[in-house]
Design a protein around this ligand. Sequence first.
Ligand code: GLU
Length: 319
Amino acid sequence: MVTLQEWLEEIDARARTRLGTGRVADYIPALAEQKADRFGIAVCTNEGDIYTAGEAQEPFSIQSIAKVFLLTLALRVQGDALWERVGLNPSGMPFNSLAQLEAERGKPRNPFINAGAIAVADRLVSAYATPSKHLRDVARTLSGNASIRIDARVRESEWRHRARNAAMAYLMKAFGNIDNDVDQVLDAYFSCCALAMSCVDLARALNYLAADGHARAIGAPFIAPDLARKINSLLFTCGMYDAAGDFAYRVGLPAKSGVGGGIVAIVPGRLSVCAWSPALDDSGNSVAAQYALELIAETLGHTQAPGGGLAARPRQHAP
Ligand code: GLU
């Protein structure tokens, strides 16, 4: 038997063989500069134990992973009324499509495409004086890392290249699905996408989804168990851009990816895991991080350690 730590190190070595495949996001200069040779992975068990390999402590731009925090906070504030503004189904279209939004009268298909997250951000602008600072503080609390910050350069870069996201926001505003000033909503959305967090930060911060809504860092429920289950369902069907079906087939875990190269996956009742590597495939998902999660999922199929954690895997099963 190998320990989880040994297995993560093996995953790290195997995932690095995929470096060199895919391309770093280049829609904004601040992301185009990322080094493609980075890889990190962190597991946070529901007992609060952390296991890491590679550059798991290096902060990166969380980008669309922020949509999970945005959704959680909006559901806490608004409950099911949120679903009058945003749908619950996979879009089958690129994450920044305008065509579908026009055809569906300004109601985005789900909260994990850009239009959906912008509509969700509008709800938070209504609820909080400084929504992105609130979200940053929540990320700090849940991860136990008070130094998490919004990367001003990334936010600035997103703002300068905002044409498409601004077009979506104005289209939704025209249909009455954005209540606040569009610039204010976009600023909140970009600021949250520009949060810089590490694999360890993200695995810790999103562990409430693996733990029935309980956040170990605050020692209390962050959301109700039922809500955690519902968010996980949405992650499963909509969390991986328009390759959610492929990922569900290969990995079978609720997950959210971002164009910064991070992917967080949830193993309900057991653990949360974040893998990161900046080079992306054509769907916008990190090549090496997806592969690492595939290896993790394969392991979970074999073992169930005492206490619900992942502890060991028979070495002879290693492919
Ligand atoms: N901030 C990015 C955008 O709005 C998010 C991209 C992503 O990670 O999907 O274009």
